[in-house]
Design a protein around this ligand. Structure first.
Ligand SMILES: [Zn+2]
Length: 365
């Protein structure tokens, strides 16, 4: 007998997407992983869950809608991204049909909040939102979460997963690390350079063995994401699971600057934490100079929210990014909205934060 299969792929943030095959068991288990997250985040039977990621080659939207309908009694409202259903229409539907929960990327939640401002919708009074399921990125200081919770007036929960192994981690109401779906994945943290397995409390690459995938089996697969794990212990919510930190960076985006490993996405905390910026940024890495004098340079382009003098923001960002990255980088301040074509903000998939020009001819120093 042949096993029925479904083919999905990665979001393709870099290079060709990797295809992923799902048999019916793997498909439903990934939905159950999401269902647990939704219930821990406040979902109730009968809720409408508005999913602002598109059912496409990437599987987050599929997992969310299958979870809602098959495993937790919610009604999925599959509006897709802003490219499929405009932000104004997303808000109209949420208001008219009574959306209780949202699945959305952090950046898109900001766009929806801006659209609400423009169209005179009060997110707190006109909508019936109770919870938001999102992916905060590198938000160790919690700036993005604070901003979103302030705008939407409801709890915003961080989650972590990949198309290969599904939703490994989700936050509960305690917001004290991500609960691991321990029965679906064994999580280890490895040293990026030596591959040695590190104990709880250390930052390293997350290496996962999936317990529900069979085509192909996934055994000790290095996901190239930086995270930290902690031992199984009782959480304030009552559950006992292994826990993960939030996302700390992507190994394949790591840039070595003067022998220091720099993770571009960790600029998010600094940029998002300054109200003079829109929170949007892009790190550009390039080779500069020739011969012995050649080196890599990273410039962080940061959007300024207002029309004021750019020098103070530039100085402050340079100073704070140096302490975040451990090495100094160039900073260029750009107008609000100007980075969207390069970051893909508002389109499908994850926002890009690194533009790698190292394959191109070196720029002058
Ligand atoms: Zn908990």
């Amino acid at each position: 007998m042949r096993t029925p299969l479904k083919i999905q792929s990665s979001g393709g943030t870099s290079g060709l997407p990797r295809p992923t095959l799902f048999d019916p068991v793997a498909w439903e288990v990934q939905a159950i992983q999401f269902a647990r997250a939704f219930v821990a985040q406040g979902a109730e039977v009968g809720d409408i869950l508005q999913i602002t990621l598109t059912n496409s080659l990437a599987n987050t939207a599929w997992c969310s809608s299958t979870a809602a309908m098959h495993w937790c009694g919610m009604i999925p409202l599959t509006t897709g991204s802003g490219a499929v259903t405009s932000s104004a229409r997303q808000l109209e539907l949420a208001r008219s049909w009574g959306t209780s929960g949202w699945v959305a990327f952090g950046e898109y939640l900001k766009i929806l909040a801006q659209e609400a401002d423009r169209s005179g919708i009060d997110l707190k009074k006109d909508l019936s939102t109770r919870f938001i399921h999102t992916y905060l990125g590198v938000d160790t200081e919690g700036h993005l979460r604070d901003l979103l919770e302030d705008a939407w007036g409801v709890p915003v929960y961080d989650n972590y997963g990949t198309h290969e192994v599904g939703l490994i981690g989700y936050e509960c109401a305690a917001k004290d690390g991500l609960h691991v779906n321990d029965d679906t994945a064994i999580v280890e943290i490895a040293d990026s350079e030596t591959g040695r397995i590190l104990g709880p409390g250390h930052d390293g690459d997350i290496v996962v063995t999936s317990l529900h995938r069979s085509v192909p089996p996934i055994i000790r697969y290095d996901l190239k994401d930086r995270m930290r794990s902690s031992e199984r212990a009782a959480c304030a919510c009552g559950a006992r699971t292994t826990k993960l930190s939030g996302f700390l960076g992507r190994l394949d985006e790591m840039v070595k600057l003067r022998a220091t490993s720099v993770y571009p996405r960790s600029a998010q905390d600094v940029v998002q934490g300054d109200a003079r910026s829109t929170g949007e940024f892009l790190c550009v890495v390039e080779n500069v100079g020739e011969g012995l004098g050649s080196r890599e340079r990273m410039t962080v382009l940061i959007e300024q929210a207002n029309d004021e003098d750019t020098a103070p923001l530039q100085e402050d960002m340079k100073h704070r990014l140096k302490s975040t990255f451990g090495v100094s980088v160039e900073v260029t301040i750009v107008p609000a909205g100007s980075l969207a074509p390069q970051t893909g903000l508002g389109g499908e998939g994850k926002v890009k934060r690194l533009l790698d020009r190292r394959g191109q001819a070196p720029s002058p120093v």
